[in-house]
Write a protein that binds this ligand. Structure first.
Ligand SMILES: Cc1cc2nc3c(=O)[nH]c(=O)nc-3n(C[C@H](O)[C@H](O)[C@H](O)COP(=O)(O)O)c2cc1C
Length: 370
């Protein structure tokens, strides 16, 4: 650190002002703060993204569960509230390989849970979301709408799709969980890497959920990527406050991406059961499970994670086929007054969540950095 550098309490602000990766990213995206509100399909909202943007961070929409028309409406609604840069996040999984034997066995396995709520499971499951790798309408909509950033979760689409987004002036981010995935994303020409640690809430961004996972934590992964790539690295996983943001900036990250911290904000679409669970003992016991959706994701411990604790990965239908059944079970349970079958995603920092508006949280995080 150069002469005249601040003491430890001023370190984070010093990092924001003087770190080249942070300064470059903030300048490129016209942001005031190295804070990215994580895209959270089904939980983040246009009001949340706009509030974060107005407070100087990067607001994000998760459109992985929407079609092009729905995603276009979300972008329009956000822009009615804020004209600041926006991140739109798509899911880039390989389309599911169907296996009717596995799907039927999975339905039968969860049948008693449905019956306990006086409901019947669906007789067949469907691929409820279209992957961006095969969604031409979504690509055309994004090119027309030109959000400042498009971020990719679960892998990389074919080069021509990335080139089309780039030609529209869109900055590309990709979630990665390992050095090998980071190399693929860097080779594909993305502009920034999101280092998603094993602590992180929600779906793990692994490109292939069926290969071995080294489960790197955010600290090691961030340092590894900072040391290997000349690209901005965004750290994600378990970051809940200014101290956490300062810590990842000190590791060389250009910015921090926070998901669980925003789940309890006023603008979140999380239902009451999810919010109550977040402020209960369950927050101390997050679980990585693929039983809810078909891909590994970190969830608050609840009845769903307990019922499926011993499910072998091969017994669970591929993403998002399993999610079709998971959502049906949640609906049946919720109708009967039981909220413990929700996809209550949250990272390991969940007990540090705070109830406030998304704008107030972003400003509080900024004050804590200072
Ligand atoms: C409720 C929830 C939903 C999420 N949905 C998405 C999503 O749609 N797209 C995405 O790229 N990441 C998603 N994530 C992961 C975040 O991008 C990020 O990696 C994670 O929230 C960081 O960990 P944290 O929750 O401990 O802050 C989600 C996370 C949560 C908590």
């Amino acid at each position: 650190m150069e002469l005249g550098a601040p003491g430890i309490e001023g370190l984070a602000e010093h990092m924001v002002r003087n770190s080249a990766p942070t300064a470059n990213l903030l300048k490129r995206l016209s942001l005031d703060l190295p804070i990215i509100q994580a895209p959270m399909a089904g939980v983040s909202s246009p009001a949340m993204a706009a509030a974060v943007a107005q407070a100087g961070g990067l607001g994000s929409l998760g459109v992985g569960a929407a079609d092009a028309e729905g995603a276009g409406r979300m972008i329009a609604e956000t822009r009615e509230r804020s004209n600041k840069p926006l991140n739109v996040n798509v899911f880039t999984h390989q389309p599911a390989r169907r296996d009717l034997h596995v799907e039927t066995a999975w339905i039968e396995r969860l049948r008693p849970q449905f019956e306990a709520f006086g409901a019947e499971p669906p007789t067949a499951l469907g691929e409820i979301y279209k992957s961006f790798v095969a969604d031409d309408a979504m690509l055309a909509m994004l090119i027309a709408q030109k959000p400042a950033v498009v971020s990719l979760h679960f892998g990389l689409p074919e080069p021509r799709r990335l080139q089309a987004l780039r030609d529209a002036g869109i900055v590309l981010f990709a979630s990665v969980t390992s050095l090998a995935e980071a190399r693929l994303a860097a080779a594909a020409g993305v502009d920034a890497l999101i280092a998603q640690g094993y602590e992180a809430g929600g779906h793990r961004g692994v490109f292939d959920p069926d290969t071995a996972d080294d489960q790197l934590g955010v600290l090691a992964l961030t340092r590894l990527l900072v040391s290997q790539f000349d690209l901005p690295i965004v750290a994600a996983g378990g970051i809940m406050d200014g101290a956490g943001i300062g810590a990842v900036l000190a590791l060389g990250a250009a910015a921090a991406q926070l998901g669980a911290a925003y789940v309890a904000t006023d603008e979140s679409l999380a239902d009451n059961g999810y919010r109550q669970a977040l402020f209960s003992d369950a927050a101390h016991h997050t679980v990585m499970t693929r039983a809810i959706s078909g891909r590994p994701a970190r969830c608050l411990a609840n009845r769903f994670t307990r019922v499926c604790a011993d499910a072998a990965p091969a017994a669970v239908p591929q993403y998002p086929i399993a999610y079709d059944l998971g959502k049906a079970l949640h609906t049946a349970a919720k109708t009967a007054g039981e909220s413990g079958f929700g996809a209550q995603w949250a990272g390991q920092g969940a007990p540090l969540a705070r109830r406030m508006s998304a704008g107030a949280l972003t400003r509080t995080l900024a004050d804590e950095i200072r």
